[in-house]
Design a protein around this ligand. Structure first.
Ligand code: AMP
Ligand code: MG
Length: 319
């Protein structure tokens, strides 16, 4: 199957209406989308990604009010968060309506729902008669795609179309929030910061560490991983020297130590810019043949630094 890269929303809708898969742009990362109400189409997503069936998908909607079609109960704090941050990088996990197939939720009684903030995908969703189930458009466990070319590099010939919406503006996945009664529980750090959530809801819980428990969404210890070894750095002795097969990912000020190739996520120490660059940098370094090893400094644990560090730690995780 030939994979076309095109900006035609109509064409994307045609493929989706025929139960086929289309990669879609969002502000976080590119998604691999299918009709969320069509079990067979949803199973194709798992096949194309080689994603284990225990890892549930997020359902994408084009209108805020559609959430009630797919969730049977909406805590007041969930509503407040949706009102404040949709469309945007926030996924809410809510008790599901029966119309959502078990294939989407991996048999859970809850469903993750999000309204993405990308003009093409919003238009597409608004013209379809169904929501889209879409995980990130990459083989399971690998670095998430933030450009159409990233998707093409790995899914060419497996899907008929990539809807080209340019590079993703946020660059890390959505923040996933469930609820214990009214208390928001953050399951995955992402493009919406904890400060943003606290400003709307007050007290929150953060439970992002429970690794291989599938209820702790997509939070496997090893994920987002390049094929080359990646090592995390706290600091480097001042007399240490790297050779030029080493790439080092830094944030803000950095003094060159030897012949290392330096990749600065943001020379101005801007968290948004760093998040937007992260996955592109990792992919570029993974495919650059002059590089054997990747080192990365963790960022300060503020703002999007938390989500970026989460991705770097999982990318570096060794069994
Ligand atoms: P991806 O889009 O590939 O980043 O994956 C979506 C993530 O959302 C997965 O890792 C899921 O674990 C998580 N997720 C989706 N639905 C649920 C749910 N009902 N409960 C908990 N986590 C969910
Ligand atoms: Mg993913």
């Amino acid at each position: 199957m030939e994979t076309k890269i095109s900006s035609s929303i109509e064409e994307a809708a045609e493929f989706l209406n025929r139960s086929q898969l289309v990669a879609i742009p969002t502000e976080t990362v590119y998604g691999l989308a299918a009709n969320a109400l069509d079990k067979a189409a949803v199973v194709e997503i798992f096949n194309a990604k080689q994603r284990p069936s225990f890892d549930p998908l997020i359902v994408h909607i084009g209108n805020k009010s559609d959430v009630a079609l797919y969730a049977r109960q909406i805590p007041a704090n969930a509503q407040k968060l949706m009102d404040a941050f949709w469309p945007g990088p926030l996924t809410v996990v809510l008790p599901k309506q029966e119309i959502i197939p078990d294939e989407v939720t991996s048999g859970l009684d809850t469903v993750g729902i999000r309204m993405p903030d990308h003009p093409f995908t919003l238009q597409l969703l608004q013209q379809l008669n169904f929501p889209l189930a879409a995980p990130s458009a990459n083989p399971f466990g690998y670095i998430s795609p933030t450009t159409p070319q990233h998707v093409f590099a790995q899914l060419q010939n497996k899907i008929p179309m990539i809807l080209d919406g340019g590079p993703c503006e946020v660059g890390v996945e959505s923040t996933i929030v469930g609820f214990e009664g009214e208390v928001p529980v953050v399951y995955r750090l992402g493009g919406l910061t904890l400060e943003d959530i606290r400003n709307v809801c007050g007290e929150i819980k953060v439970e992002v560490n429970s690794s291989s428990d599938p209820k702790a969404p997509g939070m496997l210890n090893s994920h987002y991983a390049p094929q080359k070894p990646l090592y995390l750095l706290k600091d480097i002795a001042s007399d240490f020297s790297f050779d030029n097969s080493v790439a080092i990912i830094v944030f803000g000020d950095y003094e060159v130590k030897g012949n290392e190739q330096v990749f600065n996520l943001s020379t101005n120490a801007d968290y948004k810019e760093a998040a937007a660059n992260l996955f592109s940098f990792l992919r570029m370094l993974d495919t650059d043949e002059s590089i054997n090893k990747i080192y990365a400094f963790l960022l300060p644990e503020f703002d999007l630094g938390l989500a970026i560090n989460d991705r770097l730690k999982r990318a570096a995780y060794k069994i």
